[in-house]
Design a protein around this ligand. Sequence first.
Ligand SMILES: Cc1cc2nc3c(=O)[nH]c(=O)nc-3n(C[C@H](O)[C@H](O)[C@H](O)COP(=O)(O)OP(=O)(O)OC[C@H]3O[C@@H](n4cnc5c(N)ncnc54)[C@H](O)[C@@H]3O)c2cc1C
Length: 382
Amino acid sequence: MPTHICSSEEDVVDAVVAARRWRSPLEIVAGGSKRDFGRTVVTMGSTLDVSGLSGIVSYEPEELILTAKPGTSTSEIEAVLAEKGQRLGFEPADWGALLGAAPGLGTIGGAISADTNGPARLRHGAVRDHLLGFRAVNGFGEAFKAGGKVVKNVTGFDMPKLVCGAMGTLCVLTEVTLRVFPRPSLSKVLGIRDLTPEDGFALLRKVWSSPLDATGLAYSRGTVLIRLDGEPAPLAEKCAALRILLDREMLEIPDGEIAFRAIADGSVFEDMPYDVWRCFVPPASAAQVAAEIDSPLWLADWAGGLLWVGTIPGTDTVRGSVRRVGGHSVLLRAEEETRERLAVFEPQDAVRLDMTRRVKAAFDPLGLFNPGRMWPERMEDV
Ligand SMILES: Cc1cc2nc3c(=O)[nH]c(=O)nc-3n(C[C@H](O)[C@H](O)[C@H](O)COP(=O)(O)OP(=O)(O)OC[C@H]3O[C@@H](n4cnc5c(N)ncnc54)[C@H](O)[C@@H]3O)c2cc1C
């Protein structure tokens, strides 16, 4: 079965029109770094290779706006932004190594589609808060645009929110416009050791509700990590205010940026034989959930709003506890059989499922894009 290699929006339109004609579904692939996240795509082998849709289309540092083709590597975008003292606010994670691929392959289209929010999401918001607009091709083979290229945006359906985390099941992105943020000149990570989860999460929530604007609040194996950013003088003031707020002995972690990069990427699980879950919970319930789940290795980000949990392969010891506190969980890494059996994404209630079906039918009625990736191949079978 063919691989459609696309380097322009017209190529994508042609490929989708052909796929419609032959009723031949497509697996959309760019860097391929997250191919093992989600369920396995069921096609007859037809691939839509969008890695050639690559390059920065425009970048206006003074407007804090960047437009790129979706196959552009996230690392290239970060390097270009860094030259102008800017960065992506949602701090996209690189799950390549965690999922058994090479690191550094991730593309901006993949980061948006898989919702790869890193530690700074706590301060700057998630991918969906940064995607101002996009161009794409729907399942009718029609090119369309949504949103805009300015922060103050047009009215209409907020489709940029919809494609974040849709795992390529709604449309093929062909261009994305993101708002970007100034990069602070300095970042400091302070740590406090020997804390129980209850005490650790209570401290993190105290910092989170203070005006210190922390860009990282994590807990791992008894240690709390707090990241503060800023210019040298304001940053020194923030550190002093933090010491007064917490009134605790604090260590300056010399390689703190590396520690937060590792948290974003789930690096601690890379060589571990566990299944890996990302559990989204109310921070005030994080300690309770952590106590309930049977996990040999776990850590928390976002002041407890995100629990990274390792479990014995093939077991689900997390989903019930997470659901009971009103959260949801995603099985990020596991064998194909486990992902099939346990459901990668939180099973939806009847109302959401109905909405999901209708949205899918509006964008891709023939089910051409990434069938099986989020749900069983046919939505009617969910
Ligand atoms: C400060 C803070 C406070 C928080 N407070 C709360 C709280 O009070 N209550 C609470 O429950 N959570 C809370 N959270 C957790 C919050 O809900 C999560 O941050 C959020 O749900 C996950 O964000 P996300 O954008 O990373 O992922 P999501 O948008 O949730 O998506 C994660 C993954 O799941 C998939 N996915 C999402 N929705 C669906 C779907 N419908 N069907 C299939 N797949 C899907 C996406 O594809 C994506 O890959 C808090 C978080 C923070 C940072």
